[in-house]
Design a protein around this ligand. Structure first.
Ligand code: CP3
Length: 351
């Protein structure tokens, strides 16, 4: 592990940590940091109408991305968009019903896959790239800008089922029944997600995160095939065009052995840890190999008070001296009090 100050100085501390350094203070951002817990987000959301218009209107996407930076001064901004923009830009019909989550027309066989586009619709994703460029231009230099995409496995679970499901049974089932179709769907997502991330880097993203929110339902062999291998191919394709591209993987629910294998196979710069991770064992296995990001339970943040303080202190102690990026173990929930977010940031920053 490199010492603070031996190089990387002048870079945003978020990027120092991703380069394996231990910055002079711990960088902090939150998954879903722009969202319904903020009144200023709800106001823009109301103006935009539906959620997808918010994602595709650069004025709105720029504004809601910057809101949590203005309010809290996080060390990283994350592009406001959604992982389901990729299937949408491949031609899948997609809607977000209020309070119900996403609904897609399911893609369950080779003929339905063949009806989709080979490449992402520029009419959609160019608007995302425009938002990235404008966000980068407006952000303070010390704030890193993160782009993102969903991992192929997680995106495929929504495409096959047409909605979120508790255990991703539709995608798991089709991967057994029709592995050739499922592999072709994953291939399409690997290629288009890599292009999507390359476009975000070219527009000004400093690093990207690959969200594999449903990695935890896969057995070890399926985890290699549907989580590790597609992420490995995306990382390689992105770095072939953006040398040194900084990439974080968040395989939610992965075991420590799965996580270790993923870091080894993909060469990602950082891993996101959910709240169930055994921090000391993870640090022992992976500290010095990549940055460790996470893993405060979002429910501790809702609870606040001593429970929150204790959870933060334990986390900071376990990762003291490691290349650590403070974050939650999953997205912030809409009912979270803003005062608790302020309390968390102050405690992490030691003020
Ligand atoms: C699985 C997944 C999705 N989207 C995402 C994931 C992976 C991370 C995770 O597991 O949470 C990722 C995502 N979604 C959103 C972002 C924006 C950036 C950020 O602040 O982190 C990011 C990075 C905005 C959003 N994406 C969504 C909202 C809420 C939409 C609203 O304003 O009504 C936001 C702010 C909608 C969404 N989008 C998705 C679902 C299941 C839902 C409905 C559930 C919900 O409402 O929280 C798919």
């Amino acid at each position: 592990m490199k010492e603070p100050g031996d190089n990387g100085m002048g870079l945003p501390i978020m990027l120092q940590a991703l380069d394996g350094h231990v910055p002079k203070r711990t960088p902090i951002w939150m998954m879903r940091q722009a969202g319904r817990y903020l009144p200023e987000y709800r106001a823009v959301r109301e103006k935009a109408g539906d959620f997808l218009s918010l994602c595709y209107t650069p004025d709105h996407a720029v504004e809601v991305t910057l809101q949590p930076i203005r309010r809290f001064g996080f060390d990283a901004a994350i592009l406001f968009s959604d992982i389901l923009v990729v299937p949408h830009a491949l031609g899948c019909s997609l809607t977000f019903e209020a309070g119900e989550g996403p609904r897609l027309v399911p893609v369950t066989n080779a003929a339905e896959l063949a009806a989709l586009r080979e490449e992402l619709d520029p009419g959609k994703i160019d608007r995302v790239f425009e938002a990235v460029a404008r966000i980068r231009a407006e952000l303070p230099r010390e704030t890193a800008l993160l782009g993102f995409c969903g991992a192929p496995w997680t995106v495929a679970t929504y495409m096959v089922a047409g909605r979120g499901t508790p255990d991703q049974a539709p995608a798991r089932l089709v991967s057994f029944i029709d592995p050739a179709f499922f592999a072709a769907l994953i291939d399409r997502l690997v290629e288009t997600s890599a292009r999507y991330l390359i476009g975000q880097f070219r527009a000004g993203a400093d690093a990207v995160q690959i969200f594999d929110s449903w990695a935890g339902v896969l057995d070890p062999e399926a985890f290699r095939r549907w989580t590790i291998d597609p992420i490995r191919r995306i990382v390689a394709a992105v770095r072939a065009e953006v040398p040194g591209a900084r990439i974080i993987a968040f395989p939610k629910g992965a075991t420590l052995s799965g996580l270790t294998e993923l870091v080894q196979a993909t060469g990602v710069n950082g891993v996101g840890l959910d709240w169930t991770a055994d921090r000391r064992a993870t640090r022992y296995a992976l500290g010095g190999k990549c940055a460790l990001q996470g893993n405060l339970d979002p429910l501790a943040l809702i609870a606040g008070g001593k429970a929150l303080d204790g959870a933060i202190d334990a986390l900071m102690e376990d990762f003291h001296g490691a290349a650590h990026i403070f974050n939650l173990g999953h997205g912030i929930r809409p009912e979270t009090p803003i005062a608790h977010v302020e309390r968390m940031i102050a405690r992490v920053r030691g003020s």
